[in-house]
Design a protein around this ligand. Structure first.
Ligand code: BYC
Length: 331
């Protein structure tokens, strides 16, 4: 629905684009003006945003699965209510983001189909399993913590609909991060078994969380252009470092050990140097060979098929209302 009445005419890529329009566009970006859906934009800017925003939306939707698995097994009613609300928030984020992507001219159907066909990516982090209740704490603390670090700068992204969607998303992610940290704190201060469970979750989620920020700067193919367009405000490595620096003291407060023997604090800068990330593991997860890739896609496909009647009913209802409105106008 958002794609109607939008000016999405492509001008055939940089070579065919009017140089004056491109220069004016870059001036607006440089001046921190917001680009809106009907403004002229380079075809590459539209493509980059459609890719990033739709991947982000898919991540929110697939991201409901690892935690959703624990809703029926939450240890108390309070934990269950909070987790249920969190997972619903993630669904809401997915929906705002699909709506933001639609303002660029792509339909939600084609974006979702690309994800279900395994052609569009979603965040690598959601291809890891949630083995214990502590994983729910670790996801809130670390995964949402990493997401906030990446997403706060996106509130200042040059594309207005994306930037505005991120404001509410970030507020909700902050709450998610706190609920996760509070679970970890309760476990870390609980019995020896509970503390061991929290430590095990930290050990398993730490390295995949560092990978969430994307490949190292030297290998990041989109960063330079996305930075020039002010879609990205910080590089992958800069955000990763900010996350490490914010998280290590939080682990210390929990009394948990960081699963990185090479982690050292640089006393001059106050920053932490961390050990080597296993980029081969990241490549494998992106290639579809992570621990849960097949399961996540199969679950999403089944959910999509089982939801077909809802989409058909909604479309039939919308058509009926539109027909009635036309009849009323004609009468
Ligand atoms: N996983 O050139 P690069 C959440 C891909 S969900 C998979 O650096 P870019 C939550 C990248 O797409 C939050 N793929 O790319 C939900 C590219 O491949 P393509 C998810 C990755 O775009 C539920 C290639 O690697 N957050 O918060 O400049 C529960 C080269 O990378 C990943 C977002 O989506 C990855 N981790 O930078 C709890 C944030 N990293 O597309 C929490 C929005 C890289 O050319 N996205 N790739 O085939 C971004 O900020 C940027 O897209 C990235 C990557 C920093 C992720």
């Amino acid at each position: 629905m958002y794609t109607q009445a939008l000016n999405t005419a492509e001008t055939g890529g940089p070579a065919g684009e009017d140089a004056a329009l491109a220069a004016r566009f870059q001036e607006r970006v440089d001046a921190d003006d917001r680009i809106e859906a009907n403004d002229w934009m380079p075809a590459g800017y539209r493509r980059t945003l459609t890719r990033q925003i739709s991947q982000h939306a898919h991540s929110e939707i697939v991201g409901m699965l690892p935690e959703g698995a624990w809703i029926t097994r939450a240890p108390t009613l309070r934990r269950k209510a909070a987790l249920l609300a969190k997972v619903q928030d993630e669904c809401g984020h997915g929906l705002y983001l699909y709506a933001a992507a639609e303002t660029l001219g792509a339909s939600r159907e084609e974006l979702v189909d690309a994800m279900l066909a395994g052609k569009a990516k979603y965040s690598s982090i959601f291809n890891y399993p949630t083995l214990t209740w502590a994983d729910v704490g670790a996801i809130g603390w670390l995964v949402d913590g990493a997401a906030i670090m990446n997403q706060i700068p996106l509130c200042r992204c040059s594309y207005g609909p994306y930037a505005r969607a991120m404001i509410r998303v970030c507020k909700e992610e902050s709450f998610h991060q706190r609920q996760g940290y509070e679970i970890m704190l309760t476990l870390a201060r609980g019995t020896a078994d509970q503390k061991a469970m929290a430590q095990d979750a930290l050990n398993r989620w730490w390295w995949p969380c560092l990978m969430m920020f994307g490949p190292p700067d030297a290998a990041s193919q989109h960063s330079d252009q996305s930075t020039a367009w002010k879609i990205k405000r910080f590089s992958n490595d800069e955000l990763r470092q900010k996350f490490v620096d914010a998280t290590v003291p939080q682990a210390e407060y929990l009394g948990l050990a960081m699963p990185d023997p090479d982690l050292v604090r640089d006393d001059e800068t106050g920053s932490y140097r961390y050990g080597a990330i296993d980029w081969e593991e990241f490549r494998q997860v992106l290639a579809g060979n992570g621990p849960c890739n097949a399961e996540r896609l199969a679950t999403r496909r089944t959910a999509h098929e089982e939801g077909a009647w809802v989409r058909e009913a909604a479309a039939a209802y919308a058509a009926k209302r539109a027909a009635r409105a036309t009849e009323k106008q004609a009468a």
